[in-house]
Write a protein that binds this ligand. Structure first.
Ligand code: I3P
Length: 306
């Protein structure tokens, strides 16, 4: 008992940057991905996310696009302690002790622009070397071992290959379950079966939840296929946030647009083709097709909720 309540506290401390309040209920807000320290409590029902010019531009466009119902509402800019923030709808506030999963979409997680920059001015990253060695001590080259450092695109490409990003077009970044247990330990969750297993644990084999998630994802997909925003942008490092609770409320939103870039005017993408440098393909829909196919398989093999 003692151990499990300690574990709970540790998890809450680790996963929650602040306590949020909404309609007289207080709850630890959950951050599964992204940089620590980027979020703060906002107005009731809202969170503040550190200002990023690219992300703000994306939100302004998204608020005028048919994708608006599928992204957190953007409520303008706010200054706090000399820093600028985007005020965004808190997607967790209507849920009771929610389970949350962050899935990063696409076959790559770095912008083409980052590759060009790294080529011009390679910057050695010791922290990324460390993260690499923690997962696989044999991953760095002899040269990288000597330097005890890697350049960022090298790390990002290795991460994408090591996980399911390259093969399936998405990867699980983090899951927080209802009891507070959480995991970010998906760096090596790569094969279709491994991913399927993790997804099935997240939904506890519950057919009702799966049905709701699938319906919502299909609506997202058909809207993306029609959206002017989606047609004209390269979406890198953007996630789908899954949230459900014990009353079987369930929803999914598109989040994180810090690396969502307008395409050059002479480039079109279909979000399904293979990426080659210069074509700007992100593999977002390739990933969503695969994700839907796995969830449908799980739905047909699971049982209705009691
Ligand atoms: C991080 C992850 C982030 C990336 C960050 C990486 O790796 O790929 O997406 O931030 O780069 O360290 P990991 O998930 O393995 O911890 P950006 O998407 O903003 O580039 P950073 O350390 O340069 O912020």
């Amino acid at each position: 008992k003692k151990t499990s309540s300690w574990k709970k506290i540790r998890n809450i401390v680790h996963w929650s940057p602040f306590i949020q309040q909404f309609k007289r209920h207080r709850y630890p807000w959950i951050q599964l991905a992204g940089h620590q320290g980027n979020f703060h409590a906002g107005d009731p029902g809202a969170v503040l996310k550190k200002y990023d010019p690219r992300e703000q531009k994306a939100f302004v466009s998204l608020m005028k696009d048919i994708l608006r119902p599928y992204v957190p509402e953007y409520r303008g800019m706010v200054s706090k302690n000399a820093d600028q923030y985007l005020q965004l709808q808190d997607l967790l506030c209507e849920f009771d002790s929610p389970c949350v999963m962050d899935i990063k979409m696409g076959t790559r997680t770095y912008l083409e622009e980052e590759l060009l920059k790294a080529r011009e001015k390679p910057k050695l990253r010791k922290d990324m070397y460390q993260k690499m060695v923690e997962v696989d001590p044999s991953a760095p080259t002899v040269e990288e071992h000597k330097l005890q450092a890697v350049i960022k695109p090298r790390y990002m490409q290795w991460r994408d290959e090591m996980s399911s990003s390259v093969d399936l077009g998405f990867r699980i970044e983090g899951i927080k379950k209802m009891d507070g247990a959480s995991s970010k330990n998906f760096k090596k969750t790569k094969t279709r079966n491994e991913v399927k297993e993790a997804l099935s644990t997240f939904v506890s084999h519950n057919q009702t939840l799966l049905g709701k998630y699938i319906r919502r994802l299909k609506a997202i997909l058909v809207t993306q296929e029609e959206s002017e925003f989606f047609k004209s942008h390269e979406l890198i490092g953007s996630s789908l946030l899954f949230v459900h609770d014990k009353s079987n409320n369930a929803n999914v939103w598109m989040i994180d647009f810090g690396k969502t870039e307008p395409l050059p005017s002479d480039v079109t993408v279909n979000h399904r083709s293979t990426w080659q440098e210069g074509n700007h393909e992100d593999g977002y829909l390739f990933g969503l097709d695969n994700l839907l196919s796995i969830l449908k398989e799980l739905e047909s093999s699971s049982s209705p909720a009691e």
